[in-house]
Design a protein. Structure first.
Ligand SMILES: [Zn+2]
Length: 231
Protein backbone atom coordinates (compact mmCIF):
# COMPACT_ATOMS: atom_id res chain seq x y z
CA UNK A 1 0.00 0.00 0.00
CA UNK A 2 1.10 3.51 -0.69
CA UNK A 3 0.62 6.45 1.65
CA UNK A 4 -1.48 8.25 -0.98
CA UNK A 5 -4.15 5.56 -0.54
CA UNK A 6 -4.59 6.15 3.19
CA UNK A 7 -7.42 8.12 4.77
CA UNK A 8 -7.52 9.14 8.38
CA UNK A 9 -10.36 7.34 10.14
CA UNK A 10 -9.76 4.04 8.33
CA UNK A 11 -6.02 4.23 8.74
CA UNK A 12 -6.25 4.91 12.46
CA UNK A 13 -8.63 1.97 12.81
CA UNK A 14 -6.21 -0.19 10.84
CA UNK A 15 -3.16 0.64 12.97
CA UNK A 16 -5.22 0.10 16.10
CA UNK A 17 -6.41 -3.34 15.10
CA UNK A 18 -3.32 -4.75 13.44
CA UNK A 19 0.41 -4.18 13.71
CA UNK A 20 1.59 -2.44 10.55
CA UNK A 21 5.10 -2.23 9.18
CA UNK A 22 5.92 0.95 7.38
CA UNK A 23 8.85 1.71 5.12
CA UNK A 24 10.56 5.10 5.16
CA UNK A 25 12.70 5.39 2.02
CA UNK A 26 15.68 7.73 2.35
CA UNK A 27 17.39 9.04 -0.77
CA UNK A 28 19.61 11.96 -1.72
CA UNK A 29 19.84 14.84 -4.16
CA UNK A 30 23.15 14.82 -6.00
CA UNK A 31 24.87 14.75 -9.36
CA UNK A 32 24.60 11.51 -11.34
CA UNK A 33 26.68 12.46 -14.37
CA UNK A 34 25.16 14.19 -17.39
CA UNK A 35 22.70 11.41 -18.21
CA UNK A 36 20.78 10.72 -14.97
CA UNK A 37 18.64 13.17 -12.98
CA UNK A 38 19.93 14.49 -9.67
CA UNK A 39 16.94 12.79 -8.02
CA UNK A 40 18.18 9.32 -9.08
CA UNK A 41 18.82 7.88 -5.61
CA UNK A 42 15.45 9.07 -4.34
CA UNK A 43 13.68 7.83 -7.50
CA UNK A 44 15.16 4.34 -7.20
CA UNK A 45 14.61 3.91 -3.47
CA UNK A 46 11.01 5.11 -3.83
CA UNK A 47 10.38 2.44 -6.48
CA UNK A 48 12.06 -0.33 -4.45
CA UNK A 49 10.01 0.67 -1.38
CA UNK A 50 6.79 0.62 -3.36
CA UNK A 51 7.51 -2.85 -4.81
CA UNK A 52 8.60 -4.20 -1.41
CA UNK A 53 5.45 -2.80 0.22
CA UNK A 54 3.27 -4.55 -2.35
CA UNK A 55 5.08 -7.85 -1.97
CA UNK A 56 5.12 -7.89 1.85
CA UNK A 57 1.90 -5.97 2.60
CA UNK A 58 3.87 -3.15 4.19
CA UNK A 59 3.02 0.53 3.79
CA UNK A 60 5.44 2.74 1.88
CA UNK A 61 5.61 6.21 3.40
CA UNK A 62 6.95 9.25 1.47
CA UNK A 63 10.65 9.38 0.67
CA UNK A 64 13.00 11.63 2.58
CA UNK A 65 14.71 13.01 -0.51
CA UNK A 66 17.54 14.98 1.10
CA UNK A 67 20.52 13.03 2.40
CA UNK A 68 24.21 13.62 2.97
CA UNK A 69 26.15 13.93 -0.30
CA UNK A 70 28.99 16.34 0.48
CA UNK A 71 31.43 13.90 -1.13
CA UNK A 72 30.17 15.17 -4.51
CA UNK A 73 31.26 18.81 -3.99
CA UNK A 74 31.83 20.91 -6.08
CA UNK A 75 29.45 18.95 -8.31
CA UNK A 76 25.82 19.50 -7.42
CA UNK A 77 24.43 18.19 -4.16
CA UNK A 78 21.94 19.39 -1.57
CA UNK A 79 22.90 17.95 1.78
CA UNK A 80 21.75 18.02 5.35
CA UNK A 81 24.32 18.15 8.13
CA UNK A 82 24.67 14.98 10.20
CA UNK A 83 23.00 16.26 13.38
CA UNK A 84 20.05 17.75 11.56
CA UNK A 85 19.58 14.60 9.50
CA UNK A 86 19.70 12.34 12.56
CA UNK A 87 17.31 14.52 14.54
CA UNK A 88 14.84 14.76 11.68
CA UNK A 89 14.65 11.01 11.13
CA UNK A 90 14.49 10.34 14.89
CA UNK A 91 11.63 12.80 15.31
CA UNK A 92 9.69 11.18 12.45
CA UNK A 93 10.23 7.75 14.06
CA UNK A 94 9.10 9.05 17.46
CA UNK A 95 5.98 10.54 15.92
CA UNK A 96 5.14 7.25 14.20
CA UNK A 97 5.58 5.41 17.50
CA UNK A 98 3.17 7.84 19.15
CA UNK A 99 0.68 6.80 16.46
CA UNK A 100 1.13 3.10 17.38
CA UNK A 101 3.45 2.36 14.47
CA UNK A 102 6.45 0.66 16.02
CA UNK A 103 7.57 -1.61 13.20
CA UNK A 104 9.65 0.50 10.83
CA UNK A 105 12.00 -0.21 7.96
CA UNK A 106 14.36 2.53 6.86
CA UNK A 107 15.22 1.77 3.26
CA UNK A 108 18.35 3.59 2.24
CA UNK A 109 19.18 4.62 -1.32
CA UNK A 110 22.48 6.48 -0.88
CA UNK A 111 25.88 5.34 0.34
CA UNK A 112 26.67 8.54 2.28
CA UNK A 113 23.57 8.06 4.48
CA UNK A 114 24.74 4.70 5.87
CA UNK A 115 26.61 5.85 9.03
CA UNK A 116 23.66 7.95 10.25
CA UNK A 117 21.03 5.35 9.50
CA UNK A 118 23.00 2.56 11.15
CA UNK A 119 23.56 4.74 14.22
CA UNK A 120 19.81 5.37 14.44
CA UNK A 121 19.12 1.64 14.21
CA UNK A 122 21.64 0.85 16.99
CA UNK A 123 20.29 3.59 19.23
CA UNK A 124 16.82 1.98 19.14
CA UNK A 125 17.86 -1.63 19.77
CA UNK A 126 16.72 -1.59 23.41
CA UNK A 127 13.60 0.49 22.81
CA UNK A 128 10.05 -0.68 22.09
CA UNK A 129 10.43 0.45 18.47
CA UNK A 130 11.45 -2.30 16.07
CA UNK A 131 13.47 -0.45 13.47
CA UNK A 132 15.58 -2.13 10.83
CA UNK A 133 17.63 -0.42 8.15
CA UNK A 134 18.69 -1.75 4.77
CA UNK A 135 20.64 -0.30 1.87
CA UNK A 136 18.93 -1.76 -1.19
CA UNK A 137 22.08 -2.42 -3.26
CA UNK A 138 23.30 -4.88 -0.61
CA UNK A 139 20.57 -7.20 -1.89
CA UNK A 140 21.97 -7.77 -5.36
CA UNK A 141 24.97 -9.77 -6.50
CA UNK A 142 26.31 -7.36 -9.14
CA UNK A 143 28.76 -4.76 -7.86
CA UNK A 144 27.05 -1.42 -7.39
CA UNK A 145 28.22 1.81 -9.06
CA UNK A 146 27.34 5.49 -9.31
CA UNK A 147 25.52 6.42 -12.52
CA UNK A 148 27.22 3.39 -14.06
CA UNK A 149 25.78 0.22 -15.58
CA UNK A 150 23.62 -0.82 -12.61
CA UNK A 151 22.13 2.52 -11.65
CA UNK A 152 21.54 3.55 -15.24
CA UNK A 153 19.86 0.22 -16.05
CA UNK A 154 17.56 0.54 -13.04
CA UNK A 155 16.66 4.09 -14.04
CA UNK A 156 15.89 2.93 -17.60
CA UNK A 157 13.45 0.45 -16.04
CA UNK A 158 11.59 3.00 -13.92
CA UNK A 159 11.98 6.41 -15.55
CA UNK A 160 11.78 8.08 -18.96
CA UNK A 161 14.30 10.74 -17.91
CA UNK A 162 17.54 8.91 -18.83
CA UNK A 163 19.60 10.63 -21.56
CA UNK A 164 21.55 7.68 -22.96
CA UNK A 165 23.20 9.89 -25.61
CA UNK A 166 24.96 11.76 -22.81
CA UNK A 167 26.09 8.62 -20.96
CA UNK A 168 29.90 8.49 -20.71
CA UNK A 169 32.24 5.99 -19.16
CA UNK A 170 33.62 7.08 -15.78
CA UNK A 171 35.98 5.56 -13.23
CA UNK A 172 36.81 1.89 -13.87
CA UNK A 173 38.63 0.09 -11.05
CA UNK A 174 39.07 -3.21 -12.91
CA UNK A 175 42.76 -4.02 -13.22
CA UNK A 176 43.80 -1.73 -10.33
CA UNK A 177 45.64 -3.12 -7.32
CA UNK A 178 43.70 -3.90 -4.13
CA UNK A 179 45.62 -1.13 -2.38
CA UNK A 180 44.76 1.45 -5.05
CA UNK A 181 41.09 0.47 -4.94
CA UNK A 182 41.09 0.87 -1.15
CA UNK A 183 42.65 4.32 -1.48
CA UNK A 184 40.04 5.35 -4.05
CA UNK A 185 37.14 3.98 -1.98
CA UNK A 186 38.29 5.95 1.04
CA UNK A 187 38.90 9.20 -0.85
CA UNK A 188 35.54 8.97 -2.65
CA UNK A 189 33.59 9.21 0.62
CA UNK A 190 35.43 12.28 1.98
CA UNK A 191 33.86 15.74 1.47
CA UNK A 192 34.69 16.72 -2.11
CA UNK A 193 36.40 13.37 -2.68
CA UNK A 194 34.14 11.82 -5.29
CA UNK A 195 35.02 14.06 -8.27
CA UNK A 196 38.70 13.60 -7.36
CA UNK A 197 38.43 9.91 -8.22
CA UNK A 198 35.64 10.10 -10.81
CA UNK A 199 36.11 13.34 -12.73
CA UNK A 200 32.88 13.23 -14.72
CA UNK A 201 30.88 12.16 -11.64
CA UNK A 202 30.39 8.63 -12.95
CA UNK A 203 31.68 5.46 -11.29
CA UNK A 204 31.41 2.63 -13.78
CA UNK A 205 30.35 2.44 -17.39
CA UNK A 206 26.72 3.29 -18.17
CA UNK A 207 27.03 3.00 -21.95
CA UNK A 208 25.81 -0.61 -22.09
CA UNK A 209 22.92 -0.15 -19.67
CA UNK A 210 19.53 -1.59 -20.66
CA UNK A 211 16.00 -1.49 -19.34
CA UNK A 212 15.96 -5.31 -19.30
CA UNK A 213 18.99 -5.45 -16.99
CA UNK A 214 17.36 -2.84 -14.78
CA UNK A 215 14.20 -4.96 -14.44
CA UNK A 216 16.36 -7.96 -13.55
CA UNK A 217 18.25 -6.01 -10.86
CA UNK A 218 15.02 -4.67 -9.38
CA UNK A 219 13.40 -8.11 -9.23
CA UNK A 220 16.49 -9.56 -7.54
CA UNK A 221 16.66 -6.72 -4.98
CA UNK A 222 12.98 -6.90 -4.06
CA UNK A 223 13.03 -10.72 -3.84
CA UNK A 224 16.07 -10.74 -1.51
CA UNK A 225 14.84 -7.80 0.57
CA UNK A 226 11.44 -9.44 1.05
CA UNK A 227 13.14 -12.62 2.25
CA UNK A 228 15.23 -10.62 4.73
CA UNK A 229 12.26 -8.59 6.00
CA UNK A 230 10.14 -11.67 6.58
CA UNK A 231 12.88 -13.57 8.42
ZN1 LIG B 1 23.05 7.12 -6.98
Amino acid sequence: MDVSELYDPEFRKLIKSKKQTIIIPVGSLEQHGAHLPISTDSDIVTEVASRLAKKCKFIAFPTISYGISVEHEPLFNTSSDENGFTQYIMSVVASLAKNRIKSIIILNGHHGNIPIIEAIESSLVDSNIKLRSYSYWHFMKHEFDHAGFVETSIMLAISDKVKMKKAKMGLITKGMSEKEIQRINKLSTQPGGFPKVAKNGVWGDPTGATKKDGEKFLAEIVRNLAKECQS
